[in-house]
Design a protein around this ligand. Sequence first.
Ligand SMILES: [Ca+2]
Length: 338
Amino acid sequence: MALVSEFLGQLSLNLGGESEPKYPTVVPFDGFDPEKDAARIETAIKTKGVDEQTIIDVLTKRSYAQRRDIAFAYERSAKKNMITALKGALSSSLESVILGLMKSTSQFDASEIKGSIKGLGTDEETLIEMVCSRSNEELLEIKQVYKELFKSELEKDVAGDTSGDFKKLLLALVQTKRVESGNIVDQEMIDQDARALYEAGVKKKGTDVEIWISIMSERSVPHLQKVFQRYNSYSPYNMQESIRQEVKGDLEKSFLTLVQCFENKQLYFASRLNDAMKSKGAKEKVVTRIMVSRCEVDLMKIRTEFKRHFGKSLYQTIAEHTKGDYQKVLLNLCAGDD
Ligand SMILES: [Ca+2]
């Protein structure tokens, strides 16, 4: 059995560069006492039939750093691995969401990618969401954590599980060649890139996918936002329409995810959440993944986009489309109605 310290690994990595601002819904708990929380969890696990409510109340209202301290305190006092104990005490969707919360954001992301490619077949939908929606900074952390957790290179594993242009695009993104944002606006380059995207796609027979890949994987996000505006002065179709016309399948989905995230990443996640909850048999995996991976990153902004775009709050939508203990966790992570 792995020690909790190995499993939880480093809290966060400092890879340099300017961090993006955070808009979390889950924040550090005031007056935090890891020993007290660990004791409450131990009692809840030992209770006949398991006291899920206490486990939920404690773990969804602490930051990851605090949950990690609770796990250390638990291991010291109970002489057991808290994650293993939780696994034994919980089941189904409650188990997956709570175990997800016991990972750091980058550990969780790395594990989701691993889960999407391991074994036979590939869960392309998950792989596309993970690779195409993450910033360069996030991908750098994910790559490092992936190597620590799974003793293999993310690039190698993604390459082994994909093919053709889809593989080329994902690899270009995983290689994290995107220039940092905050550079001076270069009108000439904006115009050049917009024209190049048009000439490589809508203007010609077939598509020069390599050009699209290099522009979309190497330029900064603020630059690309201007490129897509400029693009409309060359092409009769906007960038998303052009993608739909030019490419198909996983490549199409990947480019669309990229462009949606360049334009408004929080709206992309809000739409994914809305679709997943409203689909028949709510796609819990997608809901869990977005709520867990974004609650300490930008879930507050996702909530705002959700309400603005769908007219109903994320909180209300969760309340209508999920149930039981799983719902309690999601509502706590959402942390408020809008
Ligand atoms: Ca074409």
